[in-house]
Design a protein around this ligand. Sequence first.
Ligand SMILES: NC(=O)c1ccc[n+]([C@@H]2O[C@H](COP(=O)([O-])OP(=O)(O)OC[C@H]3O[C@@H](n4cnc5c(N)ncnc54)[C@H](OP(=O)(O)O)[C@@H]3O)[C@@H](O)[C@H]2O)c1
Length: 348
Amino acid sequence: MAGYHVAVVGATGAVGQEMLSILQERKFPVRSLRLLASKRSLGKRIPFRGESLEVEELKRNSFRGIDIALFSAGAERSKQFASAAVKSGAVVVDNSSAFRMDPKVPLVVPEINAEDIRNHNGIIANPNCTTIITLMGLYPLRSSGIRRIILSSYQAVSGAGAWGIEELRRQTLEWALQEIKNATMGTDDKAVLRPEKFPHPIAFNLIPQIDVFLEGGYTKEELKCLYEPRKILNQPDLQVSATTVRVPVFRSHAVSVHIETERPLSVARARSLIRKARGVRLHDQPEKAKYPTPVQVAGKDDCLVGRIRKDETVPNGLWLWIVGDQLRKGAALNAVQIAESLLGTTPG
Ligand SMILES: NC(=O)c1ccc[n+]([C@@H]2O[C@H](COP(=O)([O-])OP(=O)(O)OC[C@H]3O[C@@H](n4cnc5c(N)ncnc54)[C@H](OP(=O)(O)O)[C@@H]3O)[C@@H](O)[C@H]2O)c1
């Protein structure tokens, strides 16, 4: 029987679940599939291609006979187990931040730098979700020489993991229940929205902190957006600055992006370049209220770009609004595309 022996590490998580859907949708040539997660998930069963597969506990010997290991169980697990997978003969596509900036590890968005996959030593890294979505909107404009990017992101709660969805859902329900109680009892009490894992209530709020604060007042998430684009675009001098914000949206990240280019780039030319590019679609008719929104791209593969306009305050400045499903193109889809590119099985 033809095909590959595949392991999904973190199969019960938000990204892992999306990977399983994408492997099925794209008819990835899976010969056998091993689902790996923590001890907590032992014995859980997950459907795949009409079969019910049992989740196994991730161990160093989990990779015997595996050709491709798709990791999405956090950086600590990747650091701990990726080398065991490689030693067993598997190629690892890693969704965590563990190896992204390692010079020996390619950091790949297949539409942009698929050729870097050839230089792998057993591990290929998937970039940060906001980095991927931003670059999907910008890569068609590369011929104008992008030299500076300033971005502000509006990131969905599922970007934090399955628990993020649960925390927003719970707080929204608590708010709604209080409203119903007030309406029926004639009271005017405020719901107390208790944060569990986010540092503040996320329902009806914005949190300008994703992950921990590091150097220069930037968060770890922001520093990923600063450094990863330089490696992917092979532009060590690219200037990037970022503010990343968690918003009460279940799925899909939106990014407000300002760029400065070496050469003039008109709005019409930018639109035309984006129209012709792969994996990205133009959605830009503001007069008809046509611009991308997170709800619109949820569950879709392509990233959408709209609100393209000149910034007249600098010589070659342009604003764009880029939105993508971070569980798909920002994580699971990009990882599966890397595997397809590696194996030469990209669907026609
Ligand atoms: N969510 C996103 O939008 C997104 C985007 C890009 C990259 N990523 C990256 O993808 C990775 C997974 O994110 P996620 O959002 O899917 O998180 P998640 O929903 O919290 O899922 C985490 C997964 O890791 C597993 N896991 C946790 N501890 C483990 C352990 N000790 N041993 C084995 N498995 C363990 C969990 O298994 P149990 O169910 O058994 O606990 C679960 O399957 C992270 O590195 C994240 O940074 C996420």
